[in-house]
Design a protein around this ligand. Structure first.
Ligand code: SF4
Length: 260
């Protein structure tokens, strides 16, 4: 049975996903149950590469499911991310759309805050993430009934309660994290067993990979998110993609005074 997106449908999908432990079966369930376009926003991280491989293996796109795979091309990505995208497209016979920010908003942001203005304050950094990530994401999600992401409960304290599926009332869609309950070990075992395409930067100590100027390699034993915006306090470290609008604090570019 197929559902139109609703809070009830999200709760039922959450229960259905929890009833199977197999990722490919979970992908098939998502494709079978959700009517309309299902957006998959990939950051090309390990979790998203696993999900991409499972989508290809499931064959759901060939069966008629509308899976729209895209990544946010912030203009600040590592070259290795783009290389991984191309290799993934060839291996998994898919297209990964690059969703760009609004050029005029980027120009305005950089002219106001400077080319590396995001290093000067949390407010500036959140404005940069808002223009380069959050707004393009919202545009890409418009009209989608489902949104697949790669959040896992083990990634951070803030993500400890992430459900497999939930109703996103702000966007009017079902948000799905098909490997929310996976451990680090399970993730790495799956990658090895299935020879999943991964970003070569992971082998150099990069764990959670975002924009190049805002990501560094970490030492063994450091928190996986320690390499993101490392100059900021721990509780500020979300870019806004997985945070409700009411909880985000970035001030839109158009509404801020120009820097003196
Ligand atoms: S991660 Fe850094 S460069 Fe990328 S959008 Fe956020 S502040 Fe800007």
């Amino acid at each position: 049975m197929r559902w139109n997106a609703s809070a009830k449908a999200a709760a039922e999908l959450d229960r259905a996903l929890a009833a199977t432990d197999d990722l490919v079966e979970r992908i098939k369930l998502i494709a079978e149950r959700i009517e309309g376009r299902i957006a998959f926003s990939t950051s090309v991280g390990l979790e998203d590469q696993v999900i991409l491989q499972a989508i290809a293996k499931s064959g759901v796109a060939k069966s008629g499911a509308e899976i729209d795979v895209f990544t946010l091309d912030t203009g600040r990505l590592f070259p290795e991310v783009l290389e991984t995208i191309e290799l993934s497209e060839l291996r998994y016979r898919t297209r990964i759309r690059l969703v760009a920010p609004d050029a005029r908003e980027v120009e305005e942001l950089v002219s106001r805050d400077g080319v590396y203005g995001f290093r000067q304050s949390v407010e500036n950094r959140k404005s940069c993430c808002e223009v380069r990530k959050v707004r393009p994401l919202n545009r890409a999600l418009q009209g989608a009934q489902g949104w697949i992401a790669g959040l896992r409960r083990e990634q951070s304290q803030a993500r400890a309660d992430v459900p497999l599926a939930e109703w996103d009332a702000e966007r009017g869609l079902i948000k799905i994290n098909p490997i929310a309950d996976w451990s680090d070990k399970r993730l790495n075992d799956y990658i090895d067993a299935n020879n999943v395409v991964v970003n070569p930067l992971h082998a150099q100590g990069f764990v959670s990979i975002g924009c190049a100027p805002c990501t560094r390699a970490i030492e063994p034993g450091e928190d996986p998110r320690a390499g993101r915006w490392w100059w900021e306090a721990e509780d500020k470290k979300e870019c806004g993609l997985h945070v409700a609008e009411s909880e985000r604090s970035a001030v839109p570019v158009a509404h801020r005074e120009k820097a003196a």
